[in-house]
Write a protein that binds this ligand. Structure first.
Ligand SMILES: [Zn+2]
Length: 200
């Protein structure tokens, strides 16, 4: 039997724990029909987060979160000595899922909640592994920026990007939305994403 609902309360008891499980009106009839077959018998309950419902309630990852995650992954990759950021992303996601028992997810449509947890996880993980993150130093290696240019990846958010250059010959790869931000924010934008312009 599979029941959808919500944990409404957890109470410490003398010899254990009591959990209040709430089933809404929509599912109530179905549950009532079968629940008594299980009453007073030993049962095993596996609790899973209903990601679709979480997204419905809290919405999907924001652009800001995605940009932050991308910046963190790049910083982590540099400290870790991994030049392939896509691979680093996959590794970090894998470690996160393993540590939190979270099912696999995509950064394109994960919930804001999980995106927030993932950000926390990367920062925490970096601290524990002793990596002093580049976001303190504020600037990414030329190497990464060059790789972005080569792979046409936006250095701001990790989406598809386009090569941009100015008269001085500085180069950067950005998507349209990040380019707009860059045009309004200027150096602040570069600082925020730990990017610098490169010359070839
Ligand atoms: Zn972008």
């Amino acid at each position: 039997m599979k029941i959808q609902g919500e944990i409404k309360g957890v109470h410490l008891q003398k010899n254990g724990l009591k959990i209040d499980f709430y089933v809404d009106a929509e599912n109530e009839k179905d549950v009532t029909k079968h629940i008594f077959e299980y009453a007073k018998r030993p049962i095993t309950i596996e609790i899973l987060i209903d990601e679709a419902k979480v997204i419905e309630d809290f919405g999907t990852i924001s652009d800001q979160q995605r940009k932050k995650i991308y910046a963190l992954i790049k910083d982590f990759a540099r400290e870790y000595g991994e030049s392939d950021t896509e691979l680093m992303k996959a590794e970090l996601k894998g470690w996160f899922c393993e540590a939190t028992s979270h099912p696999e997810f995509s950064l394109s449509n994960v919930s804001t909640e999980v995106a927030g947890e993932f950000i926390e996880f990367i920062i925490q993980f970096a601290r524990e592994t002793g990596y002093e993150f580049a976001f303190k130093e504020d600037i990414k290696d030329n190497e990464f920026i060059k790789l972005d240019i080569e792979n046409q990846i936006c250095s701001g958010c990790g989406e598809d990007g386009k090569l941009r250059s100015n008269k001085k010959g500085d180069k950067i790869c950005l998507c349209n939305s990040c380019m707009k931000e860059f045009q309004t924010e200027g150096v602040d934008f570069l600082d925020k994403h730990h990017i610098k312009l490169v010359k070839f």
